[in-house]
Design a protein around this ligand. Structure first.
Ligand code: HEC
Length: 236
């Protein structure tokens, strides 16, 4: 969770299931729905040696899946390994990135794993104070976990509430900061200056963080057999 309320990966999967603003479900009901499906009973048998779906097995299965997600073969990684070369534009974008962004979105994971405030004002509908709502400390107000920028091309809409649709809008946000926003974290308390050409260069660099191999890997795709079953049901 972007407010850091969940500490254990097994429990993380539970949070969005039962959160009112997310799936608004109960684990008990999810388990009973899964037990009704032959497909899931078979999958649970393969994974656990027993076809009974239980809450614990659901959460452990999801956390094991999350641990298996490893993206490390984008163009940036290949340049670092000496297999590829950046274009001039990407190279320029990389320099701009290191100067303006790397303090928080730190290489090579593109996050420093800290809670920071990047100056976005409180959202109108959720009134989400981020980490501040969890700790209630004033210094945590409006701070959020710094997200990794690996595959950022695909992670839109951006920010915890999805307020920006494009990377251009994200960069326009960073360059319009005054530095006086509530609780804003250094180095963003000093203005970020980027010309429109520099923004394009920075975006060209961010696009090198897209790992096409990872994103299209077959094991991560929605299971075909389940897709068939769902389509069959909806035609009934
Ligand atoms: C002070 C730390 C800090 C700096 C410096 C910073 N960011 Fe961020 N960035 C954040 C935080 C915190 C978030 C998450 C905010 C939220 O959840 O609302 C974020 C979110 C983002 C996102 C959205 C990611 C997503 O998947 O939703 C993008 C893209 C991004 N930053 C790009 C940049 C770029 C490009 C720069 C440099 C111009 C930069 N950031 C500089 C802290 C920082």
């Amino acid at each position: 969770m972007w407010d850091g309320a969940v500490h254990n990966l097994d429990a993380q999967a539970m949070a969005p299931i039962e959160n009112k603003l997310e799936m608004n479900e109960t684990l008990v009901h999810v388990v009973s729905k899964l037990n009704e499906r032959k497909f899931y009973r078979e999958q649970f048998f393969k994974a656990w040696g027993d076809s009974v779906v239980t809450g614990e097995r659901v959460l452990k299965s999801i956390s094991q899946f999350m641990l298996s997600l490893e993206s490390k073969n984008n163009k940036y990684d290949q340049v670092l390994n000496g297999e590829m070369k950046f274009t001039e534009q990407e190279k320029n974008g990389y320099v701009l990135f290191q100067k303006n962004c790397n303090a928080c979105h730190t290489e090579p994971l593109f996050t420093n794993d800290e809670f920071k405030c990047n100056g976005i004002p409180l959202d109108d509908s959720l009134h989400d104070f981020g980490r501040g709502a969890v700790t209630t400390f004033r210094q945590d107000r409006l701070t959020f976990k710094v997200p990794s920028l690996r595959n950022v091309e695909m992670s839109f809409p951006y920010m915890h509430d999805g307020r920006f649709k494009t990377l251009q809008q994200v960069l326009n946000h960073y360059t319009s900061l005054t530095g006086n926003e509530e609780n804003i974290s250094p180095p963003l308390n000093h203005s970020v200056n980027l010309s429109s050409n520099e923004k394009q260069d920075l975006i060209a660099f961010l696009l090198t963080l897209t790992d096409h191999e990872f994103l299209t890997r077959k094991e991560y795709q929605f299971p075909q057999t389940l897709q068939h079953e769902i389509t069959k049901r909806s035609h009934r």
